[in-house]
Write a protein that binds this ligand. Sequence first.
Ligand SMILES: Nc1ncnc2c1ncn2[C@@H]1O[C@H](COP(=O)(O)OP(=O)(O)OP(=O)(O)O)[C@@H](O)[C@H]1O
Ligand SMILES: [Mg+2]
Length: 233
Amino acid sequence: MQCLAGYSLSKSYIDSDQSIQVLTDATLEVNEADLICITGQSGCGKSTMLHILGLLDAPDAGRVLIRGKEINSVMSEAPRIRNSEIGFVFQFHYLVEDLTAKENVALPMIIAGYSSSIASRHAIELLAKLGLADRQNRYPNQLSGGEQQRVSLARALINNPAIVLADEPTGNLDPKHSTEVWEMILSLNKERGQAFVVVTHDHESAKLATMTYNLANGRLSLMHSDNKSPRSS
Ligand SMILES: Nc1ncnc2c1ncn2[C@@H]1O[C@H](COP(=O)(O)OP(=O)(O)OP(=O)(O)O)[C@@H](O)[C@H]1O
Ligand SMILES: [Mg+2]
């Protein structure tokens, strides 16, 4: 099984002259075909951690290895690696307001160098898979929160990244659409071997994961694993 990413992370924030330690040498390894869920109380640092995993933020100390290569998230190569290897579904979806759903989904593929007609065709296919075929020409403010969430998922998937990081991707969805999103995650994970790291409060869905970690006091603890030998602390 190929190791896609390895992390050991420490991170603190300064708040009114006080330093808040959010991550304390939290370690995680992501292998091909892993479906990792991360749970933890509000404010424990899950989004902070996911942003660092996605090269959107830098740790204060520690290492980020992507395919064995140490990556510094502030270096010039980070955006290219992020666009090609990593798909990111944000907790609060961050769609571009003046682009339609289809254009939002197509954007990472155009940035990767594909023509807009090829990117558009892929975007339409993905939106259809997520039940949004008739919403492709709408702008984000014409979509419900759950629809925006699914557009975000399509945008994260379009470049077929090795790792998809998703911060509460079903947080705004009703049970039916939540089940559909989980089914899509499970099938991509099984069929393509795509790795997922999903932050979720949904303990039922977390049971579908190959590994579930709980984040508390800055560290990850393994709660459940299909694999008998835990790989991280
Ligand atoms: N830019 C920042 N400056 C200062 N403190 C921050 C900053 N971003 C986050 N924090 C603090 O760091 C801690 C972790 O925040 P984070 O957003 O990672 O939590 P979370 O586990 O994702 O929470 P939730 O489940 O509510 O989304 C919180 O106490 C938060 O207030
Ligand atoms: Mg969060």
